[in-house]
Design a protein around this ligand. Structure first.
Ligand SMILES: C[C@H](Nc1nc(-c2c[nH]c3ncc(Cl)cc23)ncc1F)C(=O)NCC(F)(F)F
Length: 300
């Protein structure tokens, strides 16, 4: 849009409320009202906390990533807003009124049945398939990073850790440890910092688990893994323990009332050997088949 070219002017951005905080800064709900007559539009503004230069570089990369992504299953980038004389910048995105998937599932358990969850899962799958087609590795696929656009549409909403896989390789190796969401990480990501489309598939399996657990705090992946690890505390670091139990083939248990075929799909995503994990297009097809079964059974 012409707005993207021009950029958003800070003086027309009116703060409404804080939507949430991340380890980068915060996201605020604002009204962009250049005419000053309240005909403006609601936008989500991601403000970088004024900190070390590196986060500004990461932030610029995130803006670059988001600005090339065009998919109905990915939150829309609208532009940037410079302030403090181009010293600080904010990322302006579409505002999704239903909020993050975690909050939505907690408050709408009654409205979300198996078919609705499978619809959400297939949309996340399609978003990831699109991301993979551009050689992006998300590295932070989790329910907390999925946004709800409507009762029948979810979008991938955060690309803070997304990296591009170099052309001559099939994976991305990170150096900086940062805030690692290790309970969503594939074993090779925990032990070798190796990230790939296959490690994104592992995380997708964990998102499926969160979905079918209604993001219930008691079945949160971190809590379930820590319960398992807690029983055999030996090595000092949690990530080594986690890698250990995964190597010994312990996996998150099936969520209550989870359809067996869906739990089977999770287990496929959690194959220890990344070459044996399904790809997103195969997962997308499997979900469509289960959705059809659910429709048939539903008719009874
Ligand atoms: C830190 C911010 N946290 C939150 N954001 C929102 C939100 C509602 N509506 C939104 N519309 C566009 C955006 Cl970008 C965010 C929201 N709601 C609750 C939050 F805790 C965030 O970006 N979370 C990552 C992701 F967006 F993927 F959920």
């Amino acid at each position: 849009s012409q707005q993207e070219q021009a950029g958003f002017e800070e003086r027309h951005l009116r703060y409404i409320s804080l939507l949430g905080k991340g380890n980068f800064g915060s996201v605020e709900l604002c009204c962009y009202d250049p005419l000053g007559d309240n005909t403006g539009e609601l936008v989500a503004v991601k403000k970088l906390q004024p900190s070390k230069q590196s986060s500004m570089d990461d932030f610029k990369k995130e803006v670059k990533t988001l600005s090339v992504l065009h998919s109905e299953y990915i939150v829309k980038y609208k532009g940037v807003c410079y302030s403090m004389g181009r010293l600080s910048m904010s990322l302006v995105m579409e505002y999704l009124p239903y909020g993050s998937l975690i909050g939505y599932l907690e408050n709408n358990r009654h409205k979300v049945n198996t078919r609705r969850m499978l619809l959400f899962a297939s949309q996340i799958c399609k978003g990831m398939e699109y991301l993979q087609s551009l050689r992006f590795v998300h590295r932070d696929l989790a329910a907390r990073n999925i946004l709800v656009a409507s009762e029948s549409l979810v979008k991938i909403g955060d690309f803070g850790l997304t990296k591009i896989i170099p052309c001559n390789k099939e994976y991305y190796r990170v150096t900086q440890p940062g805030e690692s969401p290790i309970f969503w990480y594939a074993p090779e990501s925990i032990t070798e910092s190796r990230f790939s489309h296959e490690s994104d598939v592992w995380s997708f399996g964990v998102v499926l688990h969160e979905l079918f657990s209604y993001c219930d705090i008691n079945s949160n992946p971190k809590r379930l893994f820590m319960q398992e690890i807690g029983h055999n505390m030996q090595t000092p670091s949690i990530s080594l323990h986690l890698a250990n139990i995964l190597k010994n083939n312990w996996r998150l248990p099936a969520p209550p009332d989870c359809p067996p075929k869906v739990y089977g799909m999770m287990k496929e995503c959690w194959q220890y050997n990344f070459t044996e994990r399904p790809c997103f297009s195969l997962l997308g097809n499997q979900i469509e088949v289960i959705m059809q079964d659910e429709r048939d059974n539903f008719k009874g």
